[in-house]
Design a protein around this ligand. Sequence first.
Ligand code: ADP
Ligand code: ZN
Ligand code: MG
Length: 485
Amino acid sequence: MQTREERTYQAVIGLEFHVHLATTTKMFCGCRLVYGDEPNTHTCPVCLGHPGTLPVINEKAIELGVMAGLALNCDVAERAVFARKNYFYPDLPKGYQISQFDEPICNGGHLDVPVGDETVRVGITRLHLEEDAAKNVHVGVSGRMHGSVGSMVDFNRGGTPLMEIVTEPDIPSPEAARAAANHLKEIMRAIGVSEADMEKGQLRCDANVSIRNPDGSFGTKTELKNMNSFRFVERGLARELERQQGILDSGGTVAQTTLHYDPETDEVHELRSKEFAHDYRYFPEPDLLPLELSEAWVREIESRMPELPDAMRARFVEDYGLSPYDAGVLTADRDLAVYYEAVAAEVDPKQAANWISGDLRSLLNESGEEVSNSKASPERMIELICLVRDGAISRSAARDVIGRVFETGDSPTAIVEREGLASVGGDELSGVIEEVIAANPDEVGRVKVGDKKVMGFLIGQVMKATRGNADGGRAREILLQKLDS
Ligand code: ADP
Ligand code: ZN
Ligand code: MG
């Protein structure tokens, strides 16, 4: 028997993602995909499951699936087979979902996930294509089934091209699971395979979790279903690991179940026991031929793939001399990376990185705005950085100016003039410095005999006299010149 102190708990986590593909039409019919339209305005006999209709594969969906697989370092299969997954639910009018089973489109890849300063390699077991179900809409105050007065089905979503990505059970912590999910989302967005907007249900995540047995073998896993934010993935997993540890600590055994994490109460609830797991009676879809993917087509798709975030990060370090951290921040969002490159082409790339990954990004975070719609355009940012570089405004004034630009879209030069933020420079600064020297003879004497610390005090006096609107570096230069002569 092991005592509580001896037992160390090692988490084992595997993730399953569902990702909507960014096609304009559905997987097996020509209905358009529009999020948020009136219910049941994008339907046809195929996606409503009428008898006698036939599915036609959306070629673009296959292409995006291949692209996603390549980005995840998978082997693209030469042959893939669609299968029927049979079950009954009101959101599935055919009584089966067309999916892939034993011959998926991609197998065996990996995802290198930045977690803090380390990189964790997460294996990708498989990637397959399928169609999404329709959406059950529960009518009532809560919007959930529980407590609703009735349910209706919106078939607009039914038949949306969907990709399922399954990872190997080699994610070591809830933090790494969140990072893996984030990284996957980043990649999908960067290559244009999906918008991956979780609020629109375009990216969903299930997490499987267990604690390794003392002999190193896998323990019994539970599954946390349908988490709609990565923060909840992390919190839900942490909570579930605690629950499993509690059971093991008290000598119990973990039961294999499916759970739901409720972020409001920070608790997990059992959804159903695996003993009642469905038997989906998979069989090959008789209405579709197996897919045959030629090597040449796969290579052609590969040649059209945009730069991946990992490659872009490495390039930012190399070309712009950024730290891996800054490069990571700037490439985490493709739009931000595009913005950065536009600015870095015109001004010092490191200054650009500081302003964009610091001030601009916090303004974006606070307001929830997208960088691509921001009033603080790359042109405005370039102008601002030039004003600081040329000593026209101090760094601290520039901080105010960027805030104003962000709100109004006005030109930094105009804002500086309007608000009297121009840096005190030239003759004016020179005059201020002479006054400071005259008013502080003792301190000046100490600097002259080599007491460097007093310089800070004198520069502080200059700043005070200019109300912060002087460039500290420039003030120091002038001060030293004057003291030398
Ligand atoms: P199931 O048969 O229950 O669907 P799979 O073997 O297909 O299980 O795995 C589903 C997911 O669960 C995968 O993401 C996999 O990495 C993960 N997984 C498998 N075994 C474990 C385990 N012992 N602990 C945590 N996750 C696991
Ligand atoms: Zn349709
Ligand atoms: Mg499985």
